[in-house]
Design a protein around this ligand. Structure first.
Ligand code: TXA
Ligand code: MG
Length: 333
């Protein structure tokens, strides 16, 4: 049931969390599927609803940074500085866990992912609940993350007791994940907060995990690091803008129904396709619309989605990461 975020519904959502139920929670990045992080049975319901393997760790969402010591131990000074700079906001920190955090949340690892989300409805719910909430993106495992309440209902239907409607997510792609549990900071998943943003606060550059399509053996269990992720069911091909016309000609020549996601100003829309979407030419705008655009294209009954590569530049890292994974995981059902 999608409900408006009135004080009554927020109180009811906190009660559902206390009762071990699942709640769809808007955040500034994507919608989360929230459960009481200290209740292993409730956390188990998340995995069942998503169809997600149980050893994948979940991010714990907190009402504010003061809650941090309850969930993490050996908190480095850099973590506190980053929390001060970017929370509430789209940055997840991987820290050594406090023993109270259930194995069901950490995937049995000795670390925990934590963040304070920058969305008024999420913060109101977390304050009403006054504890940590485990919340992965509210999509079925491997599928496109939801950026509206309606997307959550499409993905999960009756599997979620209540979805708080917080409007369309401002950021549109998942938080940056920064691992501070090792000897040097490392970005495990790129997001709206860039390596440069992080370096500006802590005075050293984080390294980045290998974001190529085939992650090396032994990388941490970040589900976002699976090659196939965030994916539409329609086969998706990522190609340079200058290769688009030829790819379209050859696909259309054999009778395929094709839809295109291009970048505004990057060539003329063609009329011989099912749909042609022009995404914003700036990285933030592109990210904001990305999952909704992929969902739209996936719903057209096309045989092939052609997506042109966005421009070069570090501000496009997070978008390119999602597009690469969407291409690898696409067309699987
Ligand atoms: O923006 C976001 O982060 C959204 C919203 C709802 O907050 N959440 C999200 O959750 O993207 P999820 O579960 O779809 O992705 C969380 C990622 C997963 O790839 C998970 O493996 C990783 O965080 N993660 C969580 N705890 C971890 C840990 N202790 N060590 C390494 N990776 C961890
Ligand atoms: Mg996810």
């Amino acid at each position: 049931m999608i409900v408006p975020p009135t004080p009554e519904y927020i109180a009811a959502a906190a009660d559902l969390l206390r009762a071990g139920e699942l709640v769809g929670m808007p955040t500034e990045t994507v919608y989360g599927l929230a459960a009481d992080a200290l209740n292993p049975e409730a956390v188990g319901r998340i995995f069942a609803a998503k169809g997600r393997p149980a050893d994948h760790p979940l991010i714990v969402h907190l009402p504010d940074a003061e809650h941090l010591p309850r969930w993490a131990s050996d908190i480095p000074r850099e973590a506190l500085a980053l929390a001060k700079a970017f929370w509430p906001g789209p940055l997840t920190l991987i820290l050594k866990r406090d023993p109270c955090v259930p194995d069901e949340v950490t995937g049995g690892q000795d670390t925990v992912g934590v963040r304070v989300p920058g969305h008024p409805v999420a913060l109101a719910l977390l304050r009403a609940f006054d504890s940590g909430v485990a919340a992965p993106s509210a999509n079925r495992f491997g599928r496109i993350s939801p950026t509206t309440a309606a997307h959550v209902a499409d993905e999960l239907g009756e599997r979620v007791a209540m979805v708080l409607d917080g409007g369309a997510c401002a950021v549109g792609i998942e938080s940056t994940i920064l691992d501070l549990s090792g000897s040097a900071p490392r970005v495990l998943r790129p997001g709206a907060i860039s390596a440069a943003d992080i370096a500006a606060v802590i005075g050293r550059w984080p390294s980045s995990a290998n974001h190529s399509a085939t992650p090396p053996e032994g990388t941490p269990r970040v589900s976002g690091s699976l090659a196939a992720h965030y994916a539409p069911s329609t086969p998706l091909r990522l190609l340079p803008p200058q290769a688009l016309d030829a790819a379209l000609d050859s696909a259309l020549a054999v009778g395929r129904r094709v839809a295109v996601l291009s970048v505004a100003g990057n060539g003329q829309a063609r009329a011989d396709v099912r749909a042609w979407l022009d995404a914003p030419a700036d990285a933030r705008g592109y990210a904001h619309d990305l999952y909704a655009n992929l969902r739209t294209l996936d719903g057209l009954g096309a045989d092939l989605l052609l997506v042109t590569m966005p421009p070069d530049g570090p501000e496009w890292d997070a978008v390119l990461d999602r597009l690469r994974r969407a291409a690898v995981g696409s067309g699987q059902d």
